[in-house]
Design a protein around this ligand. Structure first.
Ligand code: AHR
Length: 528
């Protein structure tokens, strides 16, 4: 991560907008807006205008060697008292399986550009211990290629391996791929067999470096475009494995990076990444608290997270210019909320609690990715366990599911479905001088013909009374995720404060559907 680089690219307009909000709005402890009157809205479902297929990989995840994610969060070792299967903890794996994780990115992040794959194979007691230069501490390398692939197999997820460009070589990268995917009689394929894996694995996605504009090498786009072309040449297909090659893309509004990469290297890549983190402030030095916040920070966080729409739209427009056929996918392979470290927690561990606000962020972003399904082919929330906007938090043998977990479970119905465009007409949710849409939605139709509609009411105080048109409806069912407070969270002692329940706020008269969506809630409906 290069905080300096990120800061320098922050959009000035956004900073000004947030400054206005911060100056004009109520103090953190202020009560929610007084207006609790429901508002009226209309929702048109364009069932007759099916769009692109929503790539299931939009619901992807990311696991980096960082904090307590890999060690403790996923890997506890075979001799642990925490119940495990060949070292991988059973409770976390079982919870993640419910999400139908389509793809998992590993081993970083910044860590990827310091990771040497040979450290993580062979007998565990002989593996070298290396400092984790990006995030602190020493990595025992107990979790390496075989353990990662075993995790993917348990989850039923595709492997997305992030190669090392920053401190590695094209040869090292080429040999890792051969080790993993070759079914030949080569020395490396036999080394894999000797280490316990006979059949090669499938590696459908391979990224050539991470954030090479920052922690991955502080390169200029012109330089990286050439480096990418060189390294990508040696990403080889073996034994029927077909790798999609991913180039490091931009972050936030760094459109020049996308322009240069697309102009100079597009024909060598299958995907170009994009990273964008949501901070309640624009300030990497003072991001804001994960749990101690009021409506001002709720609203500011929503403003910032909604910028994902603008970034995807503008990066896509550049990609369209160079690749009108949309052959190259835009892969948002790091996204999510990033707050200040909790007091008393190790700064490097990036452990943070997750509240109802994070559920809103997750739902809004997943709606956005669905809507841009024609270009966005993958997204990987940062990160899977115990780091940033995690699905699951652990404390030794204890585990708790976050509000974000519940959104991913509710939204999995969109995986692989066909996008159905929707139009919303609703008042803005205003706070002082700034406003965001009060409602946010996306819809899709699955292979069985069921329509799924996901609706987020961003307003923390007002319910939405929605009249829908456009879909032929016989029956409706659904779930709702909400909580009494905007900063409600699940803890190891109170695990179900934010948990989905059956949704009953609809009326079906003939085929006319009206919905009553409570304030600060996420609703997913199944319509037949
Ligand atoms: O997700 C944490 C870090 O954020 C990743 O290692 C890096 O790629 C990004 O800056």
């Amino acid at each position: 991560m290069s905080i300096g680089t990120r800061k320098s690219h922050n959009n000035i307009l956004s900073v000004l907008a947030l400054a206005v909000i911060l100056i004009c709005s109520l103090p953190t402890s202020a009560p929610l807006a007084q207006n609790t009157q429901p508002y009226q809205a209309t929702l048109v479902v364009h069932a007759d205008r099916p769009g692109a297929t929503i790539n299931r990989n939009i619901y992807g995840h990311f696991a980096e060697h960082l904090g307590r994610l890999i060690y403790e969060g996923l890997w506890v070792g075979e001799n642990s008292t925490i119940p495990n299967t060949r070292g991988l903890r059973n409770d976390v794996v079982a919870a993640l399986k419910e999400l139908r994780v389509p793809v998992l990115r590993w081993p970083g992040g910044c860590f990827a550009d310091e990771y040497h794959w040979r450290d993580g194979i062979g007998p565990r007691d002989k593996r070298p211990r290396r400092p984790n230069a990006s995030w602190g501490g020493v990595d025992t390398n107990a979790f390496g290629t075989h353990e990662f692939m075993e995790l993917c197999e348990m989850l039923g997820a595709d492997a997305y391996i992030n190669g090392n460009v920053g401190s590695g070589t094209p040869q090292e990268q080429m040999e890792w791929i051969e080790y993993m995917t070759s079914d030949s009689d080569s020395t490396l394929a036999n080394l894999r067999r000797q280490n316990g894996r006979d059949k090669p694995w499938k590696v459908p996605f391979f990224a050539v470096g991470n954030e090479t504009w920052g922690c991955g090498g502080h390169m200029r786009p012109e330089f990286y475009a050439d480096v990418y072309r060189q390294y990508a040449t040696f990403v080889k297909n073996h034994s029927g494995n077909r790798i999609q090659k991913v180039a490091v893309g931009s972050h936030d509004d760094n459109y020049n990076w996308t322009e240069v990469l697309m102009a100079q290297a597009a024909r060598h890549m299958d995907g170009l990444s994009l990273h964008y983190y949501t901070l309640p402030t624009s300030n990497w030095d003072k991001k804001g608290s994960a749990t101690q916040f009021g409506e001002k920070e709720w609203h500011a966080t929503l403003i910032r997270t909604l910028r994902m729409d603008e970034f995807i739209q503008k990066h896509s427009a550049i990609m369209d210019k160079h690749d009108p056929q949309k052959r190259v996918g835009l892969l948002v392979d790091e996204w999510g909320t990033w707050y200040d470290a909790e007091p008393g927690r190790d700064m490097g561990a990036l452990y943070q609690q997750s509240t109802l606000r994070d559920a809103m962020v997750a739902a809004v972003n997943l709606n956005i990715f669905n809507r841009y399904a024609d270009r966005v082919r993958m997204a990987n929330i940062a990160q899977m366990v115990n780091v940033l906007q995690a699905m699951v938090l652990t404390d030794k043998e204890k585990m708790v599911l976050t509000p974000t977990y519940h959104v991913f479970r509710m939204y999995k119905v969109h995986q692989g479905a066909t996008l159905i465009p929707v139009d919303l007409n609703a008042p803005e949710y205003k706070l002082d001088q700034a406003s965001v849409p009060s409602l946010h939605a996306s819809a899709s139709r699955d292979a069985e013909g069921r329509l799924h509609l996901s609706i987020v009411n961003l307003d923390p105080a007002r319910a939405a009374e929605i009249t829908t048109t456009g879909a032929s409806i016989k029956s409706v069912s659904g779930e709702i995720l909400t909580a009494p407070a905007i900063n409600a969270m699940n803890t190891f002692d109170q695990r179900d404060v934010v948990k989905p329940v059956r949704f009953s706020g609809y009326k079906l008269q003939g085929s006319q559907l009206s919905l009553s969506i409570p304030a600060k809630s996420v609703v997913v409906l199944e319509i037949k």
